[in-house]
Ligand binder design. Structure first.
Ligand SMILES: C[S@@+](CC[C@H](N)C(=O)[O-])C[C@H]1O[C@@H](n2cnc3c(N)ncnc32)[C@H](O)[C@@H]1O
Length: 305
């Protein structure tokens, strides 16, 4: 850790290494420096985040690897790209340049979808779920892992992201669809119990507030969506209304700045009831849930014959 002012060697304890790494990263302006140092150290030591406390004394080779990772991160590269993995609801998700890194706040978005699925399972039904804009596949993989009875679909447009999703969803029960979430897959209208999505939603107007680490490394198509960030969501909302059965649940992650505009959009769309906005664990407005209106769906079905 060249900027830490201290030489790291195998006499350092795990706690000291964490402190050195966190200070180096904080000094380089990294966000969440202690959590990032912990992630990098776990990777260098070959343990899952929960295993760090039981880890034996690190070897010099492991410490050198940790130091290189910290320096890469201090130079502005995302920790998860450097180590090739991110953790999401206890699952190891492979990531790298070309795919959005799954975020901790999205874990709570999936929780809402899982709860809705659990109610279906308790009622003796196997829920059908879709993850629109799946990126690495993290949300779909977590839902399939935690609700084994669910039939899970995932859609992604970007070929680069699709490759990562394919890797992460291989061996799971998730069906991956390549294409535009506004139209793909077809033939499922009115059949779904849950539509969940963490689409690109950052307002272009807030670009200056997004860290260079994110803007310089993660795919543009995964981040921004027009001046107010709602361009794609405006088209996904009517699509979700087509896909969901009456009473089905829509879960959409959003930017905190959209905590009024997105619920308003759903209210105005006319296909939704029980529109609610929810905070993330840091207390910031983070996702909206809404139920496909029962009466409205009945009218749609009558019109469709
Ligand atoms: C914010 S990332 C979220 C990825 C993942 N859901 C997660 O939470 O980690 C948004 C993803 O939407 C994809 N995307 C953007 N427009 C799309 C579209 N029209 N149809 C399908 N996927 C799209 C991007 O390629 C990107 O992978």
């Amino acid at each position: 850790m060249s900027g830490s002012g201290a030489r790291v060697n195998s006499r350092h304890t795990v706690a000291e290494l964490l402190g050195l790494g966190a200070r180096r990263l904080a000094g380089a302006g990294a966000e969440s420096a202690p959590a990032t140092a912990r992630l990098l150290l776990c990777h260098a030591l070959g343990v899952a985040p929960s295993g760090l406390i039981l880890c034996p004394a690190p070897s010099q080779q492991q410490i050198d690897h940790y130091r290189d990772l910290v320096e890469g991160c201090a130079a502005g590269r995302p920790a998860q790209y450097l180590i090739g993995e991110a953790w999401f609801r206890g699952l190891r998700i492979e990531v790298g340049p070309g795919v959005f890194i799954p975020r901790p706040e999205t874990e709570l978005v999936v929780e809402a979808a899982i709860q809705a699925c659990a109610q279906q399972v308790d009622a003796g039904r196997d829920p059908v779920v879709i993850d629109l804009c799946t990126g690495s596949g993290a949300m779909a993989a977590a839902l399939a892992d935690e609700v084994p009875k669910a039939q899970v679909h995932a859609v992604e447009l970007d070929p680069g992201a699709l490759e990562w999703a394919g890797r992460n969803l291989a061996g799971t029960a998730v069906t991956l669809h390549a294409g535009d979430a506004r139209t793909v897959p077809s033939g499922m209208d009115g059949r779904l119990d849950v539509v969940m999505t963490n689409p690109p939603y950052l307002p272009a107007a807030l670009r200056d507030q997004v860290t260079a680490e994110v803007v310089d490394n993660e795919p543009e198509a995964a981040l921004f969506s027009g001046a107010d960030g709602l361009n794609l969501i405006r088209e996904l909302v009517p699509r979700a209304a087509e896909l969901l059965r009456a009473g089905g649940l829509l879960v959409v992650e959003h930017d905190p700045s959209q905590h009024r505009s997105l619920p308003d959009l759903l209210e105005r769309d006319g296909h939704w009831c029980q529109v609610r906005d929810h905070d993330d664990l840091t207390g910031r407005p983070r996702f909206v849930t809404a139920r496909r209106d029962v009466m409205d769906r009945c009218i749609d079905q009558l019109v469709e014959g």
